[in-house]
Design a protein around this ligand. Structure first.
Ligand code: DGL
Length: 272
């Protein structure tokens, strides 16, 4: 495996581009091949079997493109199918759960940690199990926030928007009352709501962004395995989707935080 090969990043849709944004800061010399399963999104309310089947198809596509590492940017995939992926893949793998849980464990001072994610992520208790392995004394408070994904996808992200504030209050009041000091944003879409979430939770609560922590952890894995790309030129990511790419530019801009030079190709994921 050559260090010049790309890192394969995938997600149920385009939300994983919030992780790609972090990768482009943390690992600007790395080429990214991104697959977003836009034809079958969302994964967050599907069964374990379906999510696992989709995750393996997504990774087979990336492996066909000779990626040197696979990153599941999706909170749902990482939570539900992460262990199986890790045990079966022939290249280094990380999901978002381990690096994010590890970061949260280091940030908390009072040991009270909140976790928010899709129904599948919260139902798997992936973060809770991981955090309690790191420290059995931690108190973990979990909350599924299924309305956050459609809110973000419809552009409701502004901290002053009444609907955004209302939904955040509805989901997060309990966690706030428990006195958490750290909150894991366990879904690709939630970093876009971080200003509004922070306004509600208050300054004393640290938000942990899974995309950033995963990019930092991926850099560590590549360094340890001597797979960091030594070629210092900045690379342009290549994007693949399973539905029509017509709307890609607008939605991608939302998650990437900027317009990025890109090539986007539609593939048939069912054949993998
Ligand atoms: N990407 C998913 C996650 O991070 C959110 C969207 C979905 O439900 O597929 O969990």
């Amino acid at each position: 495996m050559s260090s010049e090969n790309a890192i394969g990043v995938f997600d149920s849709g385009l939300g994983g581009l919030s992780a790609v944004k972090e990768f482009s800061h943390v690992l600007p010399n790395e080429k990214i091949i991104y697959f977003g399963d836009t034809g079958r999104v969302p994964y967050g309310n599907r069964s374990r079997d379906t999510i696992t089947k989709y995750a393996f198809q997504d990774t087979r596509f990336l492996l066909e493109n000779n990626v040197k590492m696979i990153v599941a940017a999706c909170g749902t995939v990482s939570s539900v199918a992460g262990a199986e992926l890790e045990s079966k893949l022939c290249v280094p793998y990380t999901g978002v759960v381990n690096p994010t849980a590890f970061a949260a464990a280091h940030k908390t001072k009072n040991g009270k940690i909140g976790v928010i994610g899709t129904a599948a992520t919260i139902g798997s208790h992936s973060y809770k199990l991981r955090l309690q392995k790191l420290n059995p004394e931690f108190n973990i408070f979990e909350m599924a926030c299924p309305l956050f994904v459609p809110l973000v996808e419809n552009g409701f992200i502004c901290r002053d928007d009444q609907i955004v504030r209302l939904v955040i209050r509805r989901y997060l009041s309990e966690l706030k009352d428990e006195g958490i000091d750290t909150l894991i944003l366990g879904c690709t879409h939630y970093p876009l709501l971080s200003e509004a979430i922070s306004d509600f939770m208050g300054e004393g609560v640290t938000l942990v962004d899974s995309g950033y922590e995963t990019a930092v952890y991926s850099a560590k894995i590549l360094r340890e395995q001597a797979l960091l790309n030594e070629d210092k030129t900045e690379k342009t990511p290549e994007f693949f989707v399973s539905d029509t790419p017509d709307d890609f530019k607008n939605v991608a801009g939302l998650f990437l935080g900027r317009d990025m030079e890109h090539r986007v190709t539609q593939i048939d994921i069912e054949q993998y």
